[in-house]
Design a protein around this ligand. Structure first.
Ligand code: PMP
Length: 468
């Protein structure tokens, strides 16, 4: 074999460059560096974890020659697995949600995989969901191995062994903050665990798209109502066991627009040919850096490349159609709805008594109320929860309301588009508006109806009673 050659392409996984951002985030006291994982041979950071995952499966005898690898994947895990399968002689079947870009589906087929596309807008437990279909296929296919990245600890394990140590070496230990988006959460859990072991003061900052449930779960330990968003690969509508919320020091929320416009900036201003979730991670890192105001070294992981999103993020027409570019205002933003309502948020404190909360709800004519602990949102108390509590018997009106707070709401930001809120209110009873983690408003169905009616020219209500 030639001296400089690798035995096969799998040996080219890893050793991606760490690059300083020069224009994005300029003027901040922090220095932001990006780890260019999109330069891996399969196109993403998933190369590292799929290699570890397959090696472990082979070592355990779960995957044998001629076998079929099955996985639910948004594309990058599929590419990693397919690349390994090509080198080692396995078959692949991948199940994907239908919101994924056509480039991703085509590229998995190019790798020689069979691809099954499933609806995105169904619950994870639904038999049509891509998680359920993948599981069923694995049960029905002989000599198959279900990679199960959402629950296989070899996923974070791969990053713990490969990505984490490499970032540690790249930075010579002078890293203060690590920022990454979270899909399975495997990258954050693996890299984060490794970095914290080496240097406990390293801060781990997760980035989550508006619509995913991670943000609320980390902030208030509530499973709130998820809703759909466009950025691919990050955020979830359930809690995978590869996601480790306890590791996180902070979580930052980004919306689709920020993800896409920052991805375009990365390409055009820094020459980094990165995709939508890279834009999300950098947008989140800049927000974090702005908030912390510290002179520190921030490392951001760029998961995959721009080539997979040419028909979306890098296509002006698609961006414009979706209201992410230029002057298209669409139906407006949550801040517009709040401005029309001009209504103070009526909330309860965690220590308020059930009796007083009932009184407040009656006085204000409302059927639900956010519950706050200090400045933090604890949950939502509803008529239904109160009824259930009172009807169940031996309960006292002087108990505090904290235990009755539930997660039956979705959270949005003032910058969230009305189109999204309209969609989420089909499922969630109310949207709570958080600005930098603080509750600044609520939007109910009737608020939205009134806002849209006014937009289309209907006279505004004269009645003084606030809406339910
Ligand atoms: N970005 C993209 C494009 C991805 O495909 C994924 C994986 N779903 C992630 C980010 C998040 O990585 P992880 O699953 O390790 O949290």
């Amino acid at each position: 074999m030639l001296k400089g050659a690798r035995a096969n392409i799998l040996e080219a996984i890893g050793h991606t460059p760490l690059v300083k951002l020069n224009r994005l985030g300029h003027g901040l006291p922090a220095a932001i560096y990006v780890k260019c994982e999109y330069l891996n041979p399969g196109g993403s950071m998933k190369d590292r974890m799929t290699l570890h995952l397959v090696n472990q499966a082979e070592a355990r005898g779960e995957l044998s020659p001629g076998g079929t690898i099955i996985e639910a994947t948004s594309g990058n895990t599929g590419a990693g697995l397919a690349m390994i399968a090509a080198v080692r002689g396995y078959h692949c079947v991948f199940v994907m949600p239908d919101k994924m870009s056509t480039e991703k589906i085509a590229s998995l087929r190019a790798w020689g995989a069979r691809v099954v596309v499933c609806p995105t807008a169904v619950e994870p437990e639904d038999p049509r969901s891509y998680y359920s279909v993948a599981k069923r296929l694995a049960e029905q296919t002989s000599n198959s191995f279900y990679a199960n990245q959402y629950h296989n600890q070899d996923n974070p394990g791969g990053h713990y062994r490969s990505t984490g140590p490499e970032i540690w070496e790249d930075t010579n230990g002078e890293i203060d903050v690590f920022v990454a988006g979270m899909g399975t959460g495997g990258t954050m859990a693996g890299v984060g665990r490794y970095l914290k072991e080496r240097k406990p003061s390293v801060k781990l900052v997760g980035v989550d798209p508006v619509g995913s449930l991670y943000y609320d779960y980390v902030k208030s330990a509530r499973l709130t109502k998820p809703f759909t968003y466009k950025v691919e690969g990050i955020g979830e509508d359930f809690l995978p066991s590869t996601f480790d919320p306890k590791l996180l020091d902070d979580i930052v929320r980004v919306n689709d627009e920020e993800c896409f416009l920052t991805a375009r900036d990365l390409v055009r201003m820094e020459g980094l040919y990165a995709g939508g979730s890279s834009g999300a991670a950098v947008a989140g890192a800049i927000k974090y850096a702005r908030q912390s105001g510290k002179a520190e070294n921030i490392v951001v992981l760029l998961p995959d490349g721009a080539a997979k999103y040419l028909s979306k993020v890098f296509n002006d027409e698609w961006l414009r159609e979706n209201g992410f570019l230029g002057d298209v205002h669409g139906l407006g933003f949550v801040s517009d709805v709040l401005e029309l309502r001009q209504r103070p948020v009526i909330s309860a404190r965690a220590t308020d008594r059930v009796r007083d909360v009932i009184g407040m709800m009656k006085d204000h004519g409302i059927s639900q109320m956010p519950v706050l602990q200090g400045n933090e949102l604890l949950g939502l108390v509803t008529e239904v929860a109160l009824l259930r509590y009172l009807a169940s018997g031996d309960h006292s009106l002087s108990s505090t309301v904290a235990a009755l707070a539930e997660g039956d709401y979705a959270t949005v930001t003032p910058e969230t588009r009305v189109e999204l809120v309209q969609g989420l209110l089909v499922d969630a009873r109310i949207a709570l508006v958080l600005d930098k983690g603080e509750l600044v408003g609520v939007v109910t169905k009737i608020d939205l109806i009134e806002y849209l009616a006014k937009k289309y020219g209907a006279p505004s209500r004269t009645s003084k009673s606030p809406p339910k």
